[in-house]
Design a protein around this ligand. Structure first.
Ligand code: ADP
Ligand code: ZN
Length: 729
């Protein structure tokens, strides 16, 4: 039999199918060992056939199977084909998404542990052991109730006792696979709620249509999670499997706790914060049917489950659902395709759906389901907009307005908790010489360095390189510096001065470098070990802290006025989400939103949590300016160490694309070549060609654009094509 194999080596030259032969039977989707160019390597069988176009004696044999199971189902292979065509990806890069990286190259194997068991009944054995051999007798008594891990017995009763028992033939040692546990997550009790009428209606509507596409639009605190869990419970009870996607790891512990409490071991978690052994085991538990529910971030959409009942995507508007490095893809798009291949449900949920999703719901592509009020019937929090220009005029130069200060005092006095949101980490955003205006920048990136006071360093937030803090200006020698806008570190300092006795926690990517640190901060705050939590957008999402009655938004203007067409949408979503953290339990929450542009519609509508009004205004603007969903944005990105090579390559491609544009004049709304906003990153120059296409022509011209992008004459330049990128900096 001839097998078509994708060799697990990623280069553009090897992006094709190779034929191998074998007399043994292999399954399509199996991973196998093969020889390629004299090297033993791994490959995926994607098809089998009777004959090959190559002379049979030239075809090399398959050297053997790599796993004791078939890694990829036919549906996953179909999904791979779809992604490969749609996003113009290499086959192998897609297939690699489908198996845990630790499985490839045999880096991690199943964990095999030694167990001990008695060779006879303990009644028969015990009389044969002298009363003075206490530890041996204890082991026999312990094993009377069943087998046990040798490591445990050795620790409890001493290693020599077990050894002796084995020598005497009373105990037999055997090996067995065990799963590494994913525990140490937040602990707590999840109460099983009786659904509200609203929730019940939504659950019924979802379950009525086995292939439905739904958008669940429910305000913050409306009980969407309970809806997801009920849908999953019903599907699992009928023998189906489900995938539950959440945007970020910081959110996962909480969701995981809820799911673990409700579904126990049938849940497997997939995210990058696990150890490689855990990740491997969780994947195997799904693959072998021991777990039926996969929960995790973006990549869990590839969970190895057959017989899917639903793919649920919580906080569907979140930017992390777009993969913006190779291989680039949109999770919602992939989930929709997978659901189509599996005949299963798709449920997208959000309080602030992405404009594109809501637009599709208006057009009938998704069925719109609503949860318009909070479970506890409490009104949404009351938002005060504070004009920071007035604050300055009135002589308050602090970063915290008088209003916010008063509310903080009150919250603390009442024994409640507050979240302060500032989407800028570090101490201050830049360091500038007061004499000559020199600004510290990263050597490798076209980015200003952020001051980090705790470590007394300057950091590049693009490549994470750290520099010593400057004492003198390297340009003019002057010793005085002006610092840029404040970040979370400095905000904590300010708060400590204002409230010396109050315990404050900080959550940003500097304080959450390990997987335990997220959980610890969240747990400490949930346990009320601190009254104020300061954080970046990490605090905005999903968390449910019942004692939080105040949310302060320190600088609501961050994110507005950027060149990205998504800036307003992102800002509105973030502010609505942050505000939604307040008053989730029994007391109506309040929110203080500080801004220098209080009249901006993004802020006024977010303060009223008026999604519909925002949608109408923003979608109107998109229509007029022909931005998505009214068009498709394509970015061809060029990255290379040699600037001239980049320029030559961009110029060459640009000419070719202009020709395509001339031949298809109706397809292009816009096209231009330029340096990226971040001109250099990690030592490499960056250029781009931005294209705005009429949606009706995407099918026709995309292939031509891909063909141009493949034709790269300057080998030092790497070219990527992105469809509807979330970020074009
Ligand atoms: P959302 O995800 O929509 O923001 P959550 O699912 O976090 O909302 O629910 C908000 C709060 O309401 C949670 O504390 C949850 O335990 C509680 N809750 C959800 N459903 C019910 C219900 N049917 N009865 C009582 N409380 C509920
Ligand atoms: Zn850098």
């Amino acid at each position: 039999m001839i097998y078509s194999v994708i060799v697990d080596i990623s280069t553009s030259q090897l992006d094709r199918v190779f034929d191998y032969k074998s007399d043994e039977n292999f399954a399509v989707g199996q991973r196998v060992k093969v020889n390629f160019n004299g090297l033993n390597t791994e490959g995926f069988i994607i098809a089998q056939k009777e004959s090959s176009d190559y002379p049979i004696h030239k075809i090399k044999p398959i050297l053997g199977a790599l796993d004791g199971f078939v890694a990829l189902s036919q549906q996953m292979l179909d999904l791979a084909n779809y992604m490969k065509e749609k996003y113009h990806l290499r086959y192998v890069d897609v297939l690699r998404l489908f198996v845990p990286s630790e499985m490839r190259g045999g880096k991690v194997k199943a964990l095999v542990v030694d167990f001990a068991k008695l060779t006879d009944s303990h009644e028969n054995i015990l009389p044969q052991i002298k009363e003075t051999f206490i530890q041996q007798r204890q082991i026999v008594q312990y094993l009377a109730s069943g087998e046990a891990k040798c490591s445990y017995l050795n620790k409890q009763f001493g290693a020599s006792a077990l050894k002796t028992l084995k020598k005497k033939g009373f105990v037999e040692i055997f090996s067995q696979e065990v799963f590494r546990n994913v525990d140490g997550q937040l602990v707590g009790k999840s109460t099983h709620h009786v659904l509200t009428d609203q929730q019940q209606k939504v659950v019924d509507a979802i379950l009525k249509d086995k292939q439905g596409r739904f958008l669940l639009w429910g305000v913050t605190g409306s009980g969407k999670t309970e809806v997801y869990m009920n849908v999953i419970q019903r599907l699992v009870s009928t023998g189906k499997n489900c995938i539950m996607l959440v945007p970020e790891i910081s959110l996962t512990p909480n969701m995981l706790r809820l799911f673990r409490d409700r579904f126990g071991d049938t849940v497997a978690i997939l995210h990058s914060g696990l150890s490689s052994g855990q990740r491997f085991d969780e994947w195997i538990r799904l693959k072998t049917g021991k777990a039926k529910i996969a929960i995790g971030a973006r990549s869990a959409v590839f969970a190895p489950l057959d017989n899917l009942g639903a793919i649920i995507i919580d906080e569907e508007h979140d930017g992390s659902y777009f993969s913006d490095s190779n291989p680039r893809y949109s999770t919602i798009d992939v989930a929709t395709k997978r659901a189509e291949l599996n005949d299963c449900l798709v449920v997208l949920g959000s309080a602030t759906p992405s404009l594109t999703t809501f637009y599709k719901a208006q057009k009938g592509e998704y069925k719109l389901l609503q949860l318009p009020s909070r479970v506890n019937k409490l009104p949404l929090p009351k938002v005060d907009i504070v004009d920071m220009r007035m604050e300055t005029l009135q002589g308050n130069n602090m970063v915290i307005s008088n209003k916010l200060k008063d509310k903080l005092c009150e919250t603390i006095k009442n024994g409640n908790q507050a979240i302060l949101f500032l989407n800028r980490r570090g101490y201050s955003s830049f360091l500038m010489c007061t004499k000559c205006g020199y600004v510290a920048r990263c050597k490798d990136c076209d980015v200003t360095l952020t001051v980090h006071k705790e470590s007394n360093t300057l950091k590049c937030h693009y490549c994470n390189k750290t520099y010593k803090k400057l004492t003198h200006c390297p340009h003019c020698g002057q010793q005085s510096f002006k610092q840029g806008k404040l970040g979370t570190q400095q905000l904590c300092d300010v708060l400590h001065n204002l409230f010396p006795d109050v315990k404050i926690l900080r959550m940003d990517s500097d304080t959450t470098t390990t997987k335990e640190s997220y959980t610890k901060i969240l747990q400490d705050f949930a346990d009320c070990k601190a009254q104020i939590l300061v954080g970046t957008q990490m605090v905005a999402k999903g968390h449910d802290f019942p004692n939080v009655t105040l949310v302060g938004i320190i600088d609501a203007d961050i994110g507005l006025y950027s060149q990205n067409y998504l800036a307003n949408e992102r800002c509105f979503q973030l502010l609505t989400q942050v505000a939604g953290r307040s008053g989730r339990n029994t007391v109506q929450g309040s929110v203080v939103l500080q801004t220098y542009t209080p009249q901006h519609y993004c802020l006024t509508l977010a303060s009223r949590q008026d999604y519909l009004a925002f949608y109408r205004k923003e979608i109107g603007l998109r229509d007029v300016s022909k931005f998505p969903p009214y068009s498709t944005i394509v970015r061809v990105l060029y990255i290379g160490e040699n600037e001239q090579d980049c320029i030559d390559q961009v110029t060459d491609h640009s000419a070719k694309l202009e020709k395509i544009k001339a031949e298809n004049p109706d397809a292009f709304y816009f096209m231009d070549k330029m340096r990226c906003q971040i001109k250099r990153a990690e030592g490499k120059f960056r250029f781009q060609i931005l294209i705005k296409l009429d949606n009706d022509y995407v099918g026709i011209v995309m292939e031509k654009i891909f063909a141009v992008s493949d034709d790269v004459a300057r080998k030092s330049v790497t070219v990527f094509v992105e469809i509807d990128p979330q970020d074009v900096t």
